[in-house]
Design a protein around this ligand. Structure first.
Ligand code: ADP
Ligand code: MG
Length: 346
């Protein structure tokens, strides 16, 4: 089978994708697959890379690249594509749409589900209508110096920066989370503990998206569940994030030595089952395929809150998704084979 692995990409998560992509390439069985690594640089140019098993570290780019002038022609003879891209122009349905046009089979969610899950506001709207509990929120858009708030009854109101802050203060207690609607790896996400931090956090989030969310801060444990499958779904055991910073930020995800992702043994069978069932339901409601990592909070009163769906979660051999599937019983190499098999049958 001729398998193309696409990694890198134009998004803010380029570096993370390089690590995920090269880790996948290093672990694919070369006796089963003819591997064609394709690197996309930060400007969006596609390159064919020589196949080798060297794993790059965060921030490195591959060497000996050959520019691909016509990506459609290059992909013509490829059987399956593994788009290991995180964030915008990769996890958001754009690459998936291109592959659909080319009639290619590919690993993971298709165009519509990728687009929905990349956008935190649309994910909320769709999952709310399926009765899945999420954090309370407001949507904010910016027009020159004015802000438009859309509340979750779809009521719109225009504000200057003072009335915007007042509106938020009247609705939420602190801490409040501010996030770009389409983000990943916590880029542009801020936890505001006091009113003074709000406006900078809002402006920062607008650097990454023209639509942002203001969200009630959830106090509780942060847990994740990996889903694998097309129609018949496997839900992994539950993993937990333990962070010694105030939330799971970019630095704590990729730069801290003290971050811990673990398989907790003190979450009851009942809660674990509920989380697995909500994860499967969310996957189906959003029409996901192949894989997704579904992230939750468990509040102190045991209420389960879905935080987000990641359609192409971090994929180094120590990332949470492979770790959870390993816990289920599929090691990294088996998991790659399963995902490629699912792609062929999707
Ligand atoms: N409403 C919230 N309450 C508590 N913590 C939150 C909330 N929203 C986000 N966080 C924290 O911020 C991190 C990043 O936010 P998240 O919504 O997962 O964005 P991203 O797509 O960038 O990962 C989460 O892993 C969690 O630690
Ligand atoms: Mg997240």
């Amino acid at each position: 089978m001729k398998l193309a692995v696409i990694f890198g990409g134009k998004s803010t998560e380029h570096d993370v994708s390089v690590v995920s992509g090269t880790s996948i390439i290093a672990n694919l069985n070369p006796e089963k697959y003819q591997i064609y690594p394709i690197y996309i640089d930060k400007f969006g140019t596609f390159y064919a890379c020589p196949y080798n098993k060297k794993i790059l570290s965060l921030g490195e780019s591959p060497q000996n690249l050959k520019r691909i002038d016509n990506i459609f022609a290059y992909l013509k003879n490829i059987d399956v594509v593994f788009p290991v891209l995180h964030g915008k122009y990769g996890e958001d349905g754009t690459i998936q749409g291109m592959l659909d046009l080319l009639d290619k089979k590919y690993v993971g969610c298709h165009t519509l589900s990728s687009t929905i899950c990349m956008d935190k506001v649309y994910t909320k709207i769709i999952l709310n209508s399926a009765g899945i509990k999420q954090a309370d929120y407001l949507v904010v858009k910016k027009y020159q110096n004015e802000y438009k708030i859309l509340d979750n009854s779809y009521h719109e109101s225009m504000h200057n920066s003072v009335s915007l802050i007042n509106f938020i203060n009247n609705k939420f207690n602190y801490p409040i989370f501010i996030k770009p609607s389409k983000s990943g790896s916590s880029i542009g996400v801020t936890k505001a503990e006091v009113e003074d931090e709000l406006i900078n956090a809002i402006e920062d989030a607008f650097k990454y998206d023209d639509k942002i969310l203001i969200e009630e801060g959830i106090i509780g444990r942060e847990v994740e569940c990996a889903i694998l499958g097309n129609d018949e779904l496997i839900a992994s055991p539950i993993g937990e994030i333990k962070t010694d910073t105030s939330f799971y930020s970019y630095d704590s995800k990729y730069k801290s030595e003290n971050e811990q992702t673990l398989i907790p043994n003190d979450i009851s069978f009942d809660i674990t089952n509920k989380i697995k069932n909500i994860a499967k339901k969310a996957f189906q409601v959003c029409d996901c395929k192949g894989l997704a990592r579904i992230d939750f909070f468990i509040k102190n009163d045991n209420e389960i809150i879905l935080n987000e769906i990641n359609t192409m979660p971090g994929f180094t051999s120590i990332s949470m998704y492979p770790k959870l599937m390993q816990e289920y019983g599929y090691d990294y190499k088996t998991l790659l084979d399963k995902l490629i098999e699912l792609a062929k049958n999707s």
